[in-house]
Write a protein that binds this ligand. Structure first.
Ligand code: NOJ
Length: 740
């Protein structure tokens, strides 16, 4: 749309919003600020009754196309001003066609992956009648004990920002009236990934420098990409709940960044300001939320019960309520919901049948997988092998393959690794054993929201042993063993923190026993967080990190294992050697005893403090060489830019993808800066022998930082190192200087 047309449309929408606001009662306005829960566990009066009296702006936790139309009809025809509802749900990595979890998509280091998959997710969700998804999740996380690391893009703000923008584009497109897209929601604003001890929901303490340099950049990038909504985080940020955090919501988001959409709290979070011992009572919680600029209350009814009273008693003005309602109505008008409030109930089945959705799921999964080890070129395997054993508790689990967030009536339907291998080798004998079960020691509340997830009785020690022995028998009879180990879907995600990052249950014991048979063993990992697979890293020759790969996950694994796809993903997060080493990340500051010092390694006397696998790491079936690193200028002035170029050559025998990564380090300055920071990356495909030159730009955007010492954004005149290569330990080095 041209700029002139766009501003004309904006004016028209603004006019409609003002006209509507004029005829709405105060109670109806407050109703727009209320999000009603459509699930059984949600509190509050019956959704129908709330909608009828104009008490609901949006409905969430409902996944029923017919019901959407019924409720919408009540809103349009029976509520006082006939304002359409927004139907919202967590469509995090696919609606019916499931894509790799967000952490996996970040491992593709290819923003096209999340953009394309979220475009499809939006199309399916919209066809089901949904208008709004609660994604992307943009929490930077450097502590893999935190289960929700699976929902984000890992530890790095630069990679995280690229993935944020791609997902916003995918979900929303560039026009809110696009009937195949949904509203995106940047969450959880902000700092949720930094909970004390990696324990979900625990308080977060972050300096302004950590916030501005690490945590906020993906949210800023999403804002600049036009994200329509934001969700506040549950926890206290520096002793103020994010939901009532005026500094964060008003000063940073609205005033500094110019965000024009609307904010929703996380579930019950406005009311929980009382539970968290921040607000005295519901009245005060509502006041704090409203004052902080929190537009919509997710299902705690704190606004419904208090906002109108607050206006009547003079604690707030109606104009202040109008200010909070305005962006909600604006978005409803922009989406065209007043004209087209209903969904065609026959659409979903046609949309999900589109073959390109599954093709995209397989492609995304292939691109997300990371080859961690391949001693002696064991992979790819030959398709001529005759007897293959596929072993492990997640080898044939649709839930583990689809991964986290498959709730609200979703029926799991993934191709498992076992099925993928069978499909790939129609003439081989493919046997299977699950081995002993794995389970959470403490069950998850989320299991109650999942289809077909009744908790089976725990295996007895004798059953576990029988399963162990039968897996060994299956392994003995095969020529090639594929172990598929990791975590189940409910072992990562919300309320799924862990103290240990080891393979749960008896999986490592089984791996050791199978490996002792002396047959070739390949390890495939299905998991939603880094795992400390120290023994496997030394003893199992080939390891593929497949994450939670989605509907086509098993096929994608088989494509890679048997050479129909060449892995090119890279870790978006450091793999520590122990859970207790977390947080561990590459972009740390130099200490007085650097890596070269004799004090560095023995800091823990019970294990090396260095990563098992570094950030950015991942192998390929071919090899690459980086050379000819050049900077366009040795010196630039503050504010100016230079370009960096590097040649990447495929030195192996097959085509493959490499991710060229650029890291910088400011050698001194107003503040100490991290020893390395990612400031550019590009995933490229190279034929054997082919060479490409990759070029990056470094300028004020990349060299400016929030300084604790100066209390503002600054760019220092200083000397910089830069490295280009295939991971965060790249050694090809150059320098440049920024002068005053
Ligand atoms: C709680 C979660 O923290 C959030 O990510 C989610 O979007 C909401 N509930 C809605 O389901």
């Amino acid at each position: 749309m041209s700029k002139a047309k766009d501003s004309e449309k904006q004016k028209q929408v603004a006019g409609k919003v003002e006209a509507l606001l004029k005829k709405m009662s105060l109670e109806e306005k407050v109703g727009q600020l209320n999000q009603v829960g459509g699930a059984e566990f949600a509190p509050g009066p019956k959704a129908e009754d709330q909608i009828r009296k104009g008490g609901a702006g949006s409905v969430l936790w409902l996944n029923d196309t017919k019901k959407f139309n019924e409720l919408q009809k009540i809103a349009m025809e029976e509520s006082p001003s006939g304002i359409p509802l927004l139907f919202a749900l967590d469509v995090i990595h696919g609606y019916r066609t499931i894509f790799p979890v967000p952490l996996a998509m970040a491992a593709s280091w290819d923003p096209n992956v999340p953009e394309k998959t979220q475009t499809i997710a939006a199309k399916e969700a919209r066809a089901a009648g949904l208008h709004w998804t609660f994604g992307p999740m943009l929490d930077i996380c450097r502590d893999p004990r935190w289960g929700r690391i699976v929902e984000g893009a890992g530890e790095d703000p630069y990679l995280g920002s690229a993935m944020a923008v791609a997902q916003v584009r995918g979900f929303q497109g560039d026009d809110l009236s696009d009937a195949e897209r949904v509203l995106a929601c940047a969450k959880h604003f902000a700092g949720y990934g930094y909970s004390d001890g990696g324990r979900d929901y625990d308080p977060v303490y972050l300096s302004e420098s950590q916030l501005r340099n690490i945590v906020l950049p993906p949210f800023k990038a999403a804002t600049d990409a036009g994200v329509a909504t934001f969700m506040s985080a549950y926890m206290d940020l520096n002793d103020v709940p994010a939901t009532g955090n005026r500094w964060l919501l008003r000063q940073v988001l609205r005033e500094e960044w110019g965000f024009e959409g609307f904010l929703v709290s996380d579930a019950f979070a406005v009311g929980n300001m009382v539970v968290q011992h921040h607000a005295k009572d519901g009245r005060e919680a509502a006041l704090r939320g409203l004052n902080a600029g929190m537009n919509m209350d997710m299902s705690s009814y704190t606004y419904t019960e208090n906002a109108a009273k607050l206006v009547k008693e003079g604690a707030l003005t109606e104009a202040e309520i109008d200010e909070l309602v305005r962006p909600i109505l604006t978005i409803k008008f922009k989406m065209g919901l007043f004209e087209k409030p209903y969904v065609d109930e026959t659409l979903l089945e046609k949309v999900i049948a589109l073959p390109e959705h599954r093709t995209a799921s397989r492609w995304a999964a292939q691109r997300s997988m990371v080859l961690l080890r391949n001693e002696g070129g064991l992979l790819p395997l030959s398709k001529d092998i005759k007897k293959v054993a596929v072993i492990g508790p997640v080898a044939d689990s649709m839930q583990a393959t689809e991964g986290s967030w498959m709730v609200f009536g979703h029926t799991p339907a993934a191709v498992t690794v076992l099925e993928g291998v069978r499909a790939k080798l129609p003439n081989a004998e493919v046997t299977y054993a699950s081995g002993p079960e794995i389970r959470r020691d403490i069950p998850s509340w989320f299991e109650s929201l999942m289809a077909g997830q009744e908790r089976k009785p725990e295996q007895t020690p004798a059953e576990s042993e029988a399963a162990f022995q039968s897996a060994l028998e299956v392994a003995k009879a095969a020529d090639q063993i594929i172990m598929v180990l990791g975590e189940t879907d409910i072992m990562a995600g919300e309320a799924a923190s862990r103290a240990s990052l080891d393979l749960p249950g008896r999986q490592e014991e089984l791996l050791k026993a199978v490996s002792a048979l002396g047959k070739p063993v390949v390890l495939v990992l299905l998991n939603g967080r880094p795992l400390s697979i120290n023994w496997a890293a030394e003893n199992i020759p080939a390891i593929l990190e497949a994450w939670e790969p989605g509907t086509e996950g098993g096929n994608a694994v088989a494509d890679i294992l048997f050479g129909d796809a060449n892995p090119g993903g890279k870790l978006p997060v450091t793999f520590p050697r122990k859970g207790s080493h977390a947080p561990l990340y590459y972009a740390r500051n130099m200490t007085h005893s650097p890596e070269s010092s004799p004090l560095y390694n023995p800091r823990y006397w019970d294990g090396l403090p260095v990563p098992l696998y570094p950030f950015g790491f991942g192998l390929s079936y071919t090899t690459f060489e980086f050379s000819n690193l050049k900077v366009s200028a040795e010196k630039i002035k503050v504010g100016a830019s230079l370009t960096v170029s590097v040649d990447v050559t495929n030195t192996g025998k097959v085509a493959g993808d490499e991710v060229a990564q650029l890291y910088i380090h400011q050698q001194y300055g107003t503040d100490t800066r991290p020893i390395r920071e990612l400031k550019g990356f590009e995933r490229i495909t190279l034929q054997p022998g082919e060479k490409k030159t990759v070029t990056f730009t470094l300028g004020a955007n990349e060299l400016t930082y929030w300084s604790s010492n100066a209390g503002k954004w600054i760019q220092d005149p200083a000397s910089f190192d830069l490295w280009a290569g295939s991971d965060s330990q790249a050694s090809l080095h150059a320098e440049f200087e920024v002068t005053a």
